[in-house]
Design a protein around this ligand. Structure first.
Ligand code: ADP
Ligand code: MG
Length: 403
């Protein structure tokens, strides 16, 4: 990823200036409460750096998927503003229900040094997702500088990510601290890894991860695959998978990807056994099965022999990247494989390895287990981190690299 042209927020003078900062406050919510504030906390170093140096911040973000036809209470950023105010220990204003109306314009116009304004959800305007230039120009008028710190949206070409920095040509356009850290770990790990380099993939669907497997094949020394996506691969190899989650339409594709990996220097490590049950529920009777699962059963986690083999591979790694849970980790006891992988990665990290976690559900799993601090880097981006692991385009980063 070219970065020669990229300027970081810490390299520019912000004193007395208003910085328009694209943050990613697209946090998980339940009944109006934030259930995981990691993304808000991750934006604080950039915000604090601007405030400490005498600048003011106009923050913008999207949240969820509103219809794009105006304010919807279910998608307000008000809880995020309140949470940020708590973390910063200072006032955070959310001027109105519309990020570009007269009230917002007036609030930004009268912001004091050290002031923090969070604009309301960008996606209340359909123009945000369309990358609309007129909408972008209105947002661009808010800042003397632009700062891109929304790694979680950097794989999108939304107005605030691409058209806004374009509209601010001639003004400094910078990368925030979170964005720089994410790029450092996610591209650094893949482009110049210390070896052995192990990637662990899991999660529900092989179709989500095909591009990742293709990109990692030949780059990693060992590719460990668990989670439900392993069943489609095992079916392609002729195994019986019972009632486990299989993407029937992807079986041919799975066969091709196994051959593609085997044609490279990468060793593919698949589960040897599974924890099975008749249904995916807490408290059900479980049994251990080899690679051929009985017709009535579902594989819901990797089994003990798989855990041993996966843990051994991870412990030897000097670089390990993980995306996707090993099983139905939301329900105990099907979280054991995911927990074992997390612990092995933490052990490797303690022994000096670089460990990187990408993927929304995987990050949520380790955050939920209280283990996040044990890894070198836990990405705040779900789709964005996967895009990096695929080596795919990152429009929000490329917009800065063109600046
Ligand atoms: P990420 O968001 O980290 O990329 P995914 O979205 O691909 O991860 O997959 C996460 C989901 O996969 C979780 O909800 C988990 O319960 C599910 N999953 C993993 N293994 C299994 C399995 N064996 N059976 C059913 N669901 C599974
Ligand atoms: Mg997911």
């Amino acid at each position: 990823m070219p970065s020669a042209a990229r300027t970081t927020i810490d390299a520019v003078e912000v004193s007395g200036k208003t910085v328009l900062v694209r943050v990613d406050f697209n946090v998980p919510m339940s009944e109006g409460e934030i259930t995981d504030d990691s993304r808000i906390r991750a934006a604080v170093p950039t915000i604090q750096s601007i405030l400490d140096r005498g600048g003011s911040c106009v923050l913008m973000s999207h949240l969820g998927r509103p219809s794009g036809n105006g304010f919807e209470a279910a998608f307000t950023l008000a809880p995020a503003a309140a949470r940020l105010a708590e973390i910063l220990g200072r006032q955070v204003d959310l001027p109105s229900g519309d990020c570009v109306d007269e009230v917002s314009i007036a609030a930004v116009g009268s912001i004091d040094p050290g002031g923090v304004i969070l604009l309301e959800n960008l996606r209340f305007h359909g123009a945000e997702k369309k990358g609309d230039a007129d909408f972008a120009a209105r947002l661009a008028s808010y800042g003397e500088l632009y700062c891109q710190d929304a790694f979680g949206a950097a794989h999108r070409a939304d107005a605030s990510m691409v058209a806004v920095p374009e509209a601010m040509a001639g003004r400094p356009r910078t990368a925030g601290r979170l964005l720089e850290a994410e790029l450092k770990y996610l591209s650094g790990a893949i482009d110049s890894p210390e070896r052995p380099f192990v990637a662990v993939l899991g999660g529900a669907k092989i179709s989500d991860k095909l591009a990742t497997i293709r990109h990692l094949a030949g780059r990693v020394d060992t590719l460990v695959v668990g989670g439900a996506m392993a069943f489609t691969l095992l079916r392609a190899m002729g195994h019986g998978t019972g009632r486990s989650l299989v993407e029937e339409s992807m079986i041919d594709e799975a066969r091709a990807i196994i051959e593609a990996v085997e044609a490279t220097s990468t060793t593919l490590l698949l589960p040897a056994d599974f924890v099975c049950a008749g249904s995916p529920a807490a408290g059900v009777e479980t049994s251990i099965s080899g690679r051929n699962i009985e017709p009535g059963l579902m594989g819901l986690d990797i089994g003990p022999a798989s855990i041993s083999a996966f843990v051994a591979a991870i412990r030897e790694a000097r670089t390990v990247v993980w995306n996707g849970p090993m099983g139905l980790f939301e329900i105990s006891p099907f979280d054991a494989g995911t927990l074992a992988v997390a612990k092995a990665m933490i052990d490797a990290t303690t022994a000096g390895a670089t460990s990187v976690i990408g993927g929304g559900d995987t990050a949520a799993a380790v955050n939920g287990l209280g283990l996040a601090s044990g890894f070198t880097h836990v990405s705040t981006g779900g789709g964005a981190s996967l895009r990096m692991l695929e080596g795919g385009p990152m429009p929000g980063v490329e917009a800065l690299d063109r600046a």
